[in-house]
Write a protein that binds this ligand. Structure first.
Ligand code: BG6
Length: 474
């Protein structure tokens, strides 16, 4: 017996910059992600510390070729179809449609590429779930306007939104505006193309950029409803509940505040206004957001569903001794949780936290949820028989799916589940290929060597069964 509703959207999720490659083909402009090298500088650049907006000769930029999905999408989609995918989450690279970002007219070759991609998905009866911006701002917008710190970006994004809604209105019924919108506060270059110079008031700039994205997102919601009345459009949160390390009320308050750092975005997108605690935060921190008179009305265009990624829970403490013991995890700082194991990259593994997070989001917003990312980044090896025995991945996913089932039984409405990176792809945080999430192995290493050959891992057959039984075999 399955607890998953009929028509549940099982599938996988990728992002243009992590799979497509062909970074200057088909008229595509350079994007911020194309300036992220693998190596020591990566993290600092992601935080907005970058000297030049040109790729540096000799540096290795993993997005430039990625896994060459641009040329292989038909074969890759056939493999997804073989697993029985009902949905594939992809993103459109803004710079394929508007290479510079501020043109009046779109780039036909870019539009055609996604037409072909969506047609191929439809051919296999796979529902496209499309993110409009997944960490890739056209570099020209950074150079000329300072990216999202500038209100003009709202106008350019609106043009982009209306262009893609009009073009794909018969092919795409599930949309999302900004991937992990809360990432802007942690990795401002990645989340919003923000570059900082000495003396910049970083907080002020980040929240102003956040406001612009929130307005742009609400404008996109309205446009989507006008142009494609039968579509659903959601927001996208990098989620993961925060636990207080102890029962000390100070720890609890700290955990609540940390969750609110992220919820604040979704509160605006799902409820249509800034929450009181955000206004207090701005006041206490001398953040003065420039708003236009029409913004209040614009923000009332709220999303239809809450898309979110879940990889790990977070734990917080106010005790300096405990605070010394931190672990990584999707860039959200966390102290080590003594009850939970970690992945090879230090990300906390917490299936119960997944159920808690889903319940928390549903309690808060009372809107359908869509799990658009979840998975385990791990090192895989191809054995002598040419197989990849990834039982650790199956174990991770199995436990998370069970907890998603629990959440559904708790009464949480979930539209679907697209696990992250169903085919190995470039890691967003480290740029590595070695950090693999896929059911399908891609022969490529961190230095860019490899045949790009695809190999089905053991998890491929496991996930196929999950989908076949609508989660009944878990
Ligand atoms: C999310 C992003 O933060 O996590 C993805 O939306 C990213 O783009 C994923 O790839 C996993 O992170 P990483 O760093 O392991 O690739």
């Amino acid at each position: 017996m399955s607890v998953f509703p009929e028509g549940f959207l099982w599938g996988g999720a990728v992002a243009a910059n992590q799979v497509e490659g062909a970074y200057r083909k088909g008229g595509k402009g350079l994007t911020t992600v194309d300036l992220l090298p693998i190596g020591a500088d990566r993290f600092s650049i992601m935080q907005g510390n970058i000297e030049t907006l040109e790729p540096i000769a000799g540096a290795y930029y993993p997005s430039h070729e990625a896994i060459d999905f641009y040329h292989n999408y038909k074969e890759d989609i056939a493999l997804f179809a073989e697993m029985g995918f009902k949905a594939l989450r992809v993103s459109i690279a803004w710079a394929r449609i508007f290479p510079q970002g501020d043109e009046e007219q779109p780039n036909e070759e870019g539009l055609q590429f996604y037409d072909n991609l969506f047609d191929e998905l439809r051919k296999h009866e796979i529902e496209p779930v499309v993110t409009m911006a997944h960490f890739d701002v056209p570099v020209h917008l950074v150079e000329k306007y300072g990216s999202w710190r500038n209100r003009e970006l709202v106008t350019f994004f609106e043009r982009y939104a209306k262009t893609i809604f009009t073009r794909y209105k018969d092919k795409v019924k599930y949309w999302m505006t900004f991937n992990e919108i809360n990432m802007l506060l942690h990795l401002p270059f990645v989340g919003a193309g923000l570059v900082f110079r000495e003396g910049d008031d970083r907080k002020q700039i980040q929240y102003q950029a956040a406001h612009h994205q929130l307005v742009a997102s609400a404008i996109a919601v309205k446009a989507c409803h006008d142009i494609i009345p039968d579509a659903k459009i959601g927001c996208m949160l990098a989620a993961g509940t925060t636990y207080p390390y102890s029962a000390n009320p100070a720890d609890y308050l700290d955990a609540m505040d940390r969750d609110r750092d992220s919820f604040f975005f979704i509160d605006v997108q799902a409820r249509g206004a800034y929450p009181g605690y955000a206004k207090r935060f701005f006041k206490d921190n001398n953040i003065d957001i420039q708003m236009e008179p029409e913004d209040e009305a614009i923000l009332r265009h709220t999303v239809d569903y809450i898309g979110f990624s879940y990889y790990a829970s977070r734990t917080t403490s106010t005790d300096p001794e405990v605070l010394g013991n931190t672990t990584s995890g999707n860039v959200f700082g966390s102290v080590e949780n003594p009850y939970l194991p970690k992945s090879e990259w230090g990300w906390t593994i917490d299936p119960t936290g997944f159920r808690i997070t889903a319940n928390q989001l549903y309690d808060r917003y009372q809107k359908p949820l869509f799990v658009v990312e979840n998975g385990l980044g791990a090192v895989d090896t191809v054995n002598e028989e040419g197989q990849v025995e990834d039982s650790y991945r199956i174990d991770y996913l199995q436990k998370h799916l069970e907890q998603m089932g629990e959440a559904i039984e708790d009464g949480v409405e979930i539209l679907g589940y697209t696990s992250w990176g169903p085919i190995d792809l470039v890691s967003a945080s480290t740029g590595e290929m070695k950090k693999r999430y896929g059911y399908i192995y891609v022969d490529k290493d961190n230095d860019g060597n490899g045949s790009l050959k695809r190999i089905k891992k053991n998890s491929f057959y496991w996930y196929k069964k999950v989908i076949e039984t609508n989660g009944g075999n878990l």
